[in-house]
Design a binder for this molecule. Structure first.
Ligand code: ZN
Length: 282
């Protein structure tokens, strides 16, 4: 199991190897949301995150491996990696409620079950990927009270984790963001954009789909409040959701389910080269 402490150890390792390591903020219960930067600090940047849904913690492993691999490459632009957006939720899904001060409340939200391995939200019962300011609260399946998944929160960016990622994104203004989820082996890229922006984003999504062997899915499918949705509608940038692992697998996932997903490790380099070509007047 890839736990928060493994991420901290990988952080030290990456730091020693020359990555810039830091924190974009703290979770509700005080865990640093760890961030790495690799490549040039000036000019265009990419931003890749994983682990925003608790039970999808295997995606944190992918993003860390990407960072370790990119460290050895000559990148044409800079990349920020945020491997575990929801450290409290990941710990809850892996270890249960016992380590949290609000354990009894969490047990109640979880319907009295002590098994949290299917939990997606943070440790306040807010689904972080429904908590961004993009048609907030209008998503198919949204709920209005704390829950293992789909609770939109009291307001957009009500959670320290979403506020931290939004703040960082506004500051960095990446040209492209990737959000890692599981499952499905799919790429999503659409949220109401039109014209040239839609054409550009579809072209990039199709290149990613071809590289990974994943299906590219157009339309927004009733999505709302997601990070990708917010990047597209509020910042006008290309934003992809990449769902790893085929749907013959099922939750709860283990690291073994990552077998066959190795191509993802090279996605940052492919995207960096593609974005560098596009901004070079191509
Ligand atoms: Zn997810």
């Amino acid at each position: 199991m890839y736990v928060y402490n493994d991420l901290r150890e990988d952080c030290c390792r990456l730091c020693r190897s020359g990555a810039e390591c830091g924190s974009i903020g703290r979770s509700r219960f005080g865990a640093h949301i760890i961030c790495f930067h690799i490549g040039p600090k000036s000019g265009d940047q990419l931003l890749i995150h994983g682990g925003i849904h608790a039970r999808e913690w295997v995606t944190s492993r992918i993003v860390v491996r990407q960072a370790m691999t990119m460290l050895r490459e000559k990148l044409p632009l800079g990349i920020y990696f945020v491997p575990m957006m929801n450290p409290d939720g990941v710990t809850l899904a892996q270890k249960g409620a016992g380590v949290f001060p609000n354990a009894s409340e969490l047990l109640r939200i979880n319907g009295g079950r002590s098994d949290f391995s299917l939990w997606k939200a943070n440790a306040s019962g807010v689904d972080l990927n429904c908590n961004f300011d993009a048609r907030w609260g209008s998503g198919k399946g949204n709920v209005r009270r704390p829950a293992p998944s789909s609770y939109i929160g009291a307001a957009p960016e009500s959670e320290p984790e979403t506020a931290a990622l939004a703040r960082m994104t506004r500051k960095v203004r990446p040209v492209l963001t990737v959000s890692y989820h599981a499952l499905g082996r799919e790429v999503y890229y659409e949220f109401g954009q039109t014209g040239r922006a839609l054409e550009r984003d579809r072209r990039i999504a199709e290149a990613v789909g071809t590289m990974l062997g994943y299906r590219v899915v157009g339309g927004d499918l009733g999505s709302a409040g997601g990070y990708k949705d917010w990047c597209i509608s509020r910042l006008g940038i290309t934003a992809l959701t990449v769902e790893v692992i085929g749907d013959t697998h099922s939750h709860p996932l283990t690291e073994k389910d990552l077998d066959g997903e190795e191509k993802n490790i090279w996605l940052p380099l492919m995207l960096a080269e593609m974005c560098a070509r596009e901004s070079g007047g191509g």
